[in-house]
Design a protein around this ligand. Structure first.
Ligand code: HEC
Ligand code: HEC
Length: 318
């Protein structure tokens, strides 16, 4: 064995310029070097391993999340919003899948991959179950008025709001809320991710990745759902959507609050669902606070999915 290796080294050296051949003696110590490390088999099979897991255990997940807290916060609120995405309220299934993708190297990020590599497939679901129970974050949407272009005169986030609620039929863009819900809470069943309140730079970058259509995911099915949708979006639309979604969160509007006040008792401990009305503008500064509910109605036209996803039905008391 050792000899074979020595020959191999010598062979390479011979192929190289004379100076390398001359340096052969100094090459010898390499024989003592550790064998080249290969990826553990488990890492390669991270996606397959996920199929064999049981539903996540949030308690164990909370323990595991101690490792993640430095960046994502114990409750899933990013410690450095400019650098790390929020995870609070994210669905277990979506998170576990992304962690497996990081671990297998199909989704690449030098900061995140080592942390995913430490997790077993069951850990991924456990930590996902923990973050799914944490509160979602809420950010601030940009209400600057757009000066020129096709959206001239609209507030920046309103471009995103319009697309999020109604899509653009002529261009084949579906309403984002059909899958991600009117409050951006996503849909845990098919693992449509929670997108409300996320940092706009992160959302914009994800949309750009989908638009570019390049991925190293072996199974592109989930990726391609978004790739088809994002392929039509302009830079301006991506930024506006990202801004709108950063401000998007579940908060009952005045009418909902009034209706809730009349209820004898909450039928179920479901979170108060917000109709699309309150989206985005809540966080804007007071000057921009033109009654969110009022200007929301037209934008919600033709968006049949309005009741989907956010558990709005739970508000309708018998
Ligand atoms: C040192 C900082 C750091 C730590 C610690 C860390 N992460 Fe991350 N995480 C990141 C960064 C950066 C990203 C964004 C990756 C990208 O840009 O694609 C990320 C992305 C993610 C995503 C993808 C989110 C999405 O919406 O697709 C998940 C899920 C995630 N992290 C879970 C975890 C879990 C679980 C842990 C603990 C086991 C953890 N992270 C620890 C930095 C960190
Ligand atoms: C048909 C359902 C569907 C519709 C409609 C849809 N999405 Fe998605 N979205 C998905 C799925 C599925 C994923 C997860 C893809 C993956 O695994 O990478 C996703 C992922 C995302 C992500 C990444 C989230 C993260 O945490 O990394 C963003 C951002 C997003 N969608 C925004 C949008 C926007 C904006 C629209 C409307 C223009 C939209 N989506 C419309 C299904 C949908």
């Amino acid at each position: 064995m050792r000899h074979a290796r020595r020959y191999l080294l010598a062979g390479f050296a011979a192929l190289a310029v004379g100076a390398f051949a001359f340096a052969q003696t100094s090459v010898a110590p390499l024989e003592e070097a550790e064998p080249v490390e290969t990826l553990p088999l488990e890492a390669v099979n991270a996606m397959a391993e996920l199929q064999k897991t049981a539903p996540g255990n949030a308690q164990n997940g909370a323990t595991l999340a101690a490792t993640c807290a430095a960046c994502h916060g114990v409750e899933g609120k990013s410690t450095i919003p400019e650098m790390y995405p929020n995870l609070g309220g994210q669905s277990e299934k979506y998170m576990a899948r992304q962690l497996a993708l990081f671990k297998s190297g199909e989704r690449q990020n030098p900061i995140m991959q080592p942390f995913a590599a430490m997790l077993s497939a069951q850990d991924m679901r456990d930590v996902g179950a923990h973050y799914a129970l944490q509160p979602a974050s809420a950010g601030i949407a940009d209400d600057t008025v757009v000066a020129e272009g096709p959206y001239q005169g609209m507030k920046f986030y309103e471009i995103g709001q319009q697309l999020f609620r109604s899509g653009d039929f002529e261009r084949g863009i579906p309403a984002c809320m059909a899958c991600h819900g009117p409050t951006g809470a996503g849909n845990p069943g098919p693992a449509y991710p929670h997108v409300g309140g996320q940092q706009s730079w992160y959302t914009a970058r994800r949309l750009e990745e989908y638009r570019a259509g390049t991925t190293s995911e072996d199974d592109r099915a989930m990726f391609d759902i978004m790739a088809a949708i994002a392929s039509e979006l302009s830079d301006e639309e991506i930024s506006a959507l990202a801004s709108y979604m950063q401000g998007l969160h579940a908060r009952p509007d005045a009418a909902t609050v009034a209706a809730m006040a009349k209820l004898p008792a909450p039928a179920a401990p479901a979170p108060a669902a917000a109709p699309p009305a309150d989206a985005g503008s809540e966080a804007a500064e007071p000057a921009a606070g033109d009654a969110p509910a009022a200007d929301a109605a037209p934008a919600a036209d033709g968006a049949p999915a309005a009741d989907d996803g956010a558990g709005g039905a739970s508000l309708q008391a018998p």
